[in-house]
Design a binder for this molecule. Sequence first.
Ligand code: NAP
Ligand code: MG
Length: 488
Amino acid sequence: MSVETTAKTYLNYINGEWKESASREAEASINPANKQEIVGYVQKSVREDLNQAVQAACQAQRQWRKLSAPARGEYLYRMADVLERNLSQIAETMTREMGKTLPEAKGETARGVAILRYYAGEGMRKTGDVIPSTDAEALMFTSRVPLGVVGVITPWNFPVAIPIWKIAPAIIYGNTVVFKPAQETAVTAAKIVECFAEAGLPAGVVNMVTGAGSVIGQGIVEHPDIAAITFTGSDQVGKAVGQGALARGAKYQLEMGGKNPVIVTNDADLDQAVEATISGGLRSTGQKCTATSRVIVQSGVYEAFKEKLLAKVKELQIGDGLATGTWMGPCASDKQLNTVLSYIEKGRSEGATLLYGGQRLTDGEWKNGFYVQPTIFENVSPQMTIAQEEIFGPVLALIKVETLDQALEIANDSQFGLSASIFTKNIGSMLSFIQKMDAGLVRVNAESAGVELQAPFGGMKQSSSHSREQGQAAIEFFTAIKTVFVKP
Ligand code: NAP
Ligand code: MG
């Protein structure tokens, strides 16, 4: 049976109600493992829908900010419980909509639950300091106030975790939200918002409007009643969002691309390094902003590392993320697949040696999906396109070096600075790496793609707007400081 006839239509969520777009147009969200399967239809919204959502968020904010933070926290605990009850169903939707394997999708949804609980607890923590005044009689302290309506613009690669790590801190600190998910994963987004609604979150506190980035995303950037914009996505779009926000004086936060290196030294535990390179570079089909893409290996272990890496990569099972045993799913979309293939072609034409993979997979069960082989290049020089630009696919570039200093120089030779890791047993090498590596996340004997929700997350250089998300760092973006001076 074709799923096409049964696919559900998902609506916008505005002021506590599910509403069709004024455009009366919906578009299909398709399964990258089987492009004939429509996961659902999502609204192709227009500015009018966005305006209604912003108005609802403005109105709701007046009441929402008056609640005590612990009372807001109670709502977040309930949202976490409903999300947890629906975990399997949401994870399955995510796999069908963007292709990552079901265990990964379940892990991500569980993370969403944990993030909601973390920020629910944040409602009980301190938000200010007492500062000694030069006036002995006065009381001087800081308090944190919400910004107002926050626009949340998110990518498709972590369709549950990223929206939640923005929405949860936004609302715990008293803001309300207009959420524009990536159109690619708007069904998954609607399912999260369904959980929020079921948890009884007051109308207007979180509103969702789906549609094209150039219409709804851009609309958020330009809307005079949106006080702040938090964005995760590509470098190019992010910079435009930042410029637009700056032009009208809105606060903004951008988390963008990466070109994350792993350094493997002569004294590394090679099995551990291989395991982490594969997991960090190829899980989620390489579509993580923290994915390993440059593998910088010291010459003493280069051949041994390469052999072990190749042997393991050849064994990876590629297929539909819903099937048991699948290790790597398809690229999330046709567009993403073509981007990856064009970078592979660039790697070849610029003279890198293709060691493994490089082909689109089109036989048998792969026939209707956006599958590409895990791909490894060697003889990659640091100036090649595949060593400089973010590919966002399962492609590893091996770079051989003699010394640690050389490795660090190459690792830092990038416009990006999101995440980096090193494999070594030498404490001196570890410290040198920690000190010299220009990245927001530096990890020793661990893959580049690990993130913990209670710790600050964000990049250096072109990877971010130099702010941090998650953990208690989130308060810096989602609130303003008020300095209070009281003279009796
Ligand atoms: P993208 O194309 O930049 O899209 C991100 C979001 O922006 C989507 O919701 C998109 O909407 C919207 N958008 C598009 N054009 C816009 C415009 N003119 N104004 C405002 N919003 C607009 O990125 P993506 O392809 O979805 O995601 C992949 C990228 O995200 C990679 O570069 C990756 O490194 C980055 N990423 C970074 C992090 C991090 O934390 N550093 C985490 C995950 C991903 P539509 O797509 O629906 O049109
Ligand atoms: Mg899709």
